[in-house]
Design a protein around this ligand. Structure first.
Ligand code: HEM
Length: 103
């Protein structure tokens, strides 16, 4: 089964717009990476100032290959100061999943 890697970004309220703008202009190379399955930028609604960068991969090896390859170029950020004040990486294995029934 797939693996889920979530980068948890702490983003002060006044930096939210800037963060979303940066993701809006993201490199778009992850889509072409071997084993890439999904990406979502999750905006917090209440109770936290953490944005979640949700990614799903076919295997740990595919994620590691992206990390040591095109991830680097996708994170240059034009030498600007980061919009987030902190980050940490959460790792999960997909234990169970479901999708809507085809109609
Ligand atoms: C120090 C830690 C990190 C920070 C502060 C950070 C922040 C950002 C920002 C601001 C962008 C938008 C593009 C840019 O301005 O560079 C971006 C792109 C992205 N980040 Fe991170 N990131 C970090 C590490 C990670 C990690 C560990 C993952 C793995 C889940 C990840 C997943 C992604 C993805 C998938 C994109 C889009 C790349 C593309 O379009 O090809 N990031 N990140």
């Amino acid at each position: 089964m797939s693996v889920v890697k979530i980068n948890v970004l702490t983003v002060p309220a006044e930096q939210r717009e800037e963060l979303e703008k940066r993701f809006g202009a993201r490199a778009g190379v992850v889509e072409s990476s071997e084993g890439f399955e999904w990406f979502e930028l999750l905006r917090p609604v209440e109770g936290t100032d953490n944005y979640l960068v949700y990614t799903r991969w076919r295997s740990e090896e595919d994620f590691q290959a992206w990390m040591s390859g095109s991830m680097q170029a996708a994170h240059r950020g034009g030498g600007q100061r980061p919009a987030s004040t902190d980050s940490s990486l959460w790792s999960f294995e997909v234990a169970q999943q479901a999708a809507p029934k085809a109609v």
